[in-house]
Design a protein around this ligand. Sequence first.
Ligand code: BGC
Length: 252
Amino acid sequence: MQILGVDIGGSGIKGCLVDTTTGELIGERHRIQTPQPATPAAVAHTLKALVEHFEWKGPIGCGFPATIQHGIAKSAANIDSSWVETDVEHLFREITGLPCFVLNDADAAGIAEMRFGEGKARQGVIILVTVGTGIGTAVFVNGQLLPNTELGHLMLEGMIAERYCSDAARKREDLSWSKWGKRFNQYLARLEFLFSPDLFILGGGSAAKMDKFIDKIATRAPLVPAASLNQAGIIGAALHAAARQSPARKRK
Ligand code: BGC
């Protein structure tokens, strides 16, 4: 099945067609800068432009950088506050005229990695951490997702963890990879203390740059980059849409 997977981020809105039986991207990815301010109307129009770019007429899976409960945004850390209580699924369906299925962006990346990547066929507790404008997390126990964990919002050094060690924090404070790596290690150590995971998977842009800071990571559980690196969010969003379209196929 082919589905348009979309990853809505604080700086870019990225999409690509995905083959949901193999988890592979079909053709080229397309990225449009996130409009500022990233209001519901502005983001919905950007999504429409993305759909038109692909001349797409089928289902859409959409990773969104907020808590999403039953299609509705319940938080807005790095997006406009007017998203809170917006029915994101309804909004996106209306503007595109297509079936849209929305979930938290980190959960999307985690779903991709559990199906086709580093978490494939693995039991135990696995935490995927995506590092970008914010920090997102997806927690799995024996392959089962606990949706909408917001562990990027734990307090660390007196501030919200994502303010302390997201990629945006690294850029904002002009931190060396070594300094940032130490902060990120502190963050992972906190997660490890709280959840004792068997594996950490790193998603987002930093996954491709792990060699720059891996020497600072001292957790018991190994940290590995997402197999599909920065594309995990797009792939997982498409998998989520496929599962919701035809629930019986979900576990195949
Ligand atoms: C949001 C999460 C999101 C993460 C990554 C955080 O600021 O609260 O919902 O998953 O950023 O985009």
